[in-house]
Design a binder for this molecule. Structure first.
Ligand SMILES: Cc1ncc(COP(=O)(O)O)c(C=O)c1O
Length: 385
């Protein structure tokens, strides 16, 4: 079976993990954690990286540190992995789901702009509302943050998103979990708002087994983030904790894998981009296949190759039965029981159509030319039968 997306562990992983074991530095302190933070910060151009146990934990803390509280509204796309919405919900905030653009599959910003124009109002301090904050008419709750998700490593119109965020005073928290190696107009994802959060779980472009990284340019926020990942312990010796904290710090042994993976990142990224170019050129015009559009100014990391076809379910079964591991796209958030009653901003429910037609095919960082050719051959065979 050609796997969908598996880690490529061909560098110093063994050596660095052995070093942790030999020295006893396997837990939440150790030099690899610091090194990993520095490497991600340096690569993305951020001033600070704060390692955490996984991307979900990082997204949760990013909400808290952006001031998201119980009862606030947080805006997020309807097509994402569930962790984006879970992290919002951990704070007690109420998500507002926004349908996605049919071409690039990112949050539909025209819809959002229209929705906010018609439904948001500035807070009235006389009525106990915060000055400078916008509220939603139907719920009278504050609009606090927006979470763009760089779905599949692609990036939407960040200029427009930032102008909406500025107009409505929304904190921008980027779910950059899938987009290490993706740039918008030359700037790395994760660097457009208060926080960007990356993930290093098993299927990501680099993997530490599990792990996450918050990036920010704000020194105070970075310190606070680290503090919260370590149970808010205020003193190195004494067990004095000055607020409710979390046990979210990444452990050294996983960071060691992350460091070894980062050393190979340029090669892995180059291979992903080569893979993407190959699939696009070979599958163009095959059956009714269409691709995710990459907007001008976006350099994507080509994380997971996903395309649209009306025969998705049939093709999915065929590929999985013929040695090519494939997966459907995420069930839209508004179709999950936890989020079914949340506000959903949509005209044509584009998300449902994307879910019914999108399929992801093998995209491991270490995928070989022979494997790519086999995948393409099977897909062509399916349509030409
Ligand atoms: C879009 C998105 N958000 C959040 C996450 C959560 O990251 P993690 O699995 O590291 O918690 C992931 C990856 O799993 C993801 O793809």
């Amino acid at each position: 079976m050609i796997p969908l997306s598996v880690p490529h562990l061909n560098g110093n992983e063994w050596e660095y993990v052995k070093d942790c074991l030999d020295t006893g530095w396997i837990s939440s302190a150790g030099s690899y954690v610091n090194r990993f933070e520095q490497m991600i910060a340096e690569y993305t151009g951020a001033r600070y990286g704060v390692a955490c146990m996984n991307g979900t934990a990082g997204l949760h803390l990013a909400q808290l540190l952006s001031g998201v509280k119980q009862g606030d509204h947080v805006i997020a796309p309807n097509i994402t992995f569930v962790a984006t919405l879970n992290a919002v919900t951990y704070t007690g905030a109420e998500p507002i789901l926004v349908d996605v653009n049919p071409e690039n599959w990112q949050m539909d910003l025209d819809l959002l702009e229209d929705f906010l124009g018609k439904n948001a109002y500035p807070g009235n301090p006389g009525a106990g509302e915060e000055e400078g904050r916008y509220y939603l008419q139907s719920t009278r709750r504050p609009l606090k943050a927006i979470v763009p998700v760089h779905v599949l490593g692609n990036v939407g119109d960040m200029d427009k998103l930032l102008s909406i965020a500025l107009k409505y005073n929304l904190a921008v928290i980027e779910d950059s979990t899938e987009s290490l190696g993706s740039f918008y107009k030359g700037k790395h994802t994760g660097r457009f708002g208060k926080f960007g959060v990356f993930s290093f779980n098993g299927n990501k472009i680099i993997s530490a087994g599990g792990g996450g990284m918050m990036v920010t340019d704000d020194e105070e926020l970075a310190k606070k983030a680290k503090h919260l990942t370590t149970q808010a312990k205020a003193s190195p010796e004494e067990y004095y904790h000055d607020e409710i904290g979390y046990n979210y710090r990444l452990v050294n042994v996983l960071a060691a894998i992350g460091v070894a993976q980062m050393e190979q990142f340029p090669a892995l990224l180059a291979n992903k981009r080569k893979m993407d170019a190959f699939y696009r050129s070979e599958l163009a015009g095959v059956g009714d296949i269409t691709f995710q559009q990459v907007p001008d100014g976006v350099e994507t990391n080509c994380w997971l190759f996903t395309f649209k076809t009306a025969r998705m379910w049939e093709l999915l079964q065929f590929l999985n039965n013929n040695g090519v591991q494939s997966r459907p796209f995420w069930v839209p958030m508004h179709s999950l029981p936890m989020f079914a009653k949340k506000i959903y901003v949509s005209q044509d429910n584009v998300a449902a159509g994307i879910y019914e037609s999108c399929i992801s095919i093998p995209s491991s960082g270490g995928i070989t030319q022979q494997e790519l050719e086999e995948v393409v051959e099977q897909i062509k065979h399916f349509y030409n039968r």
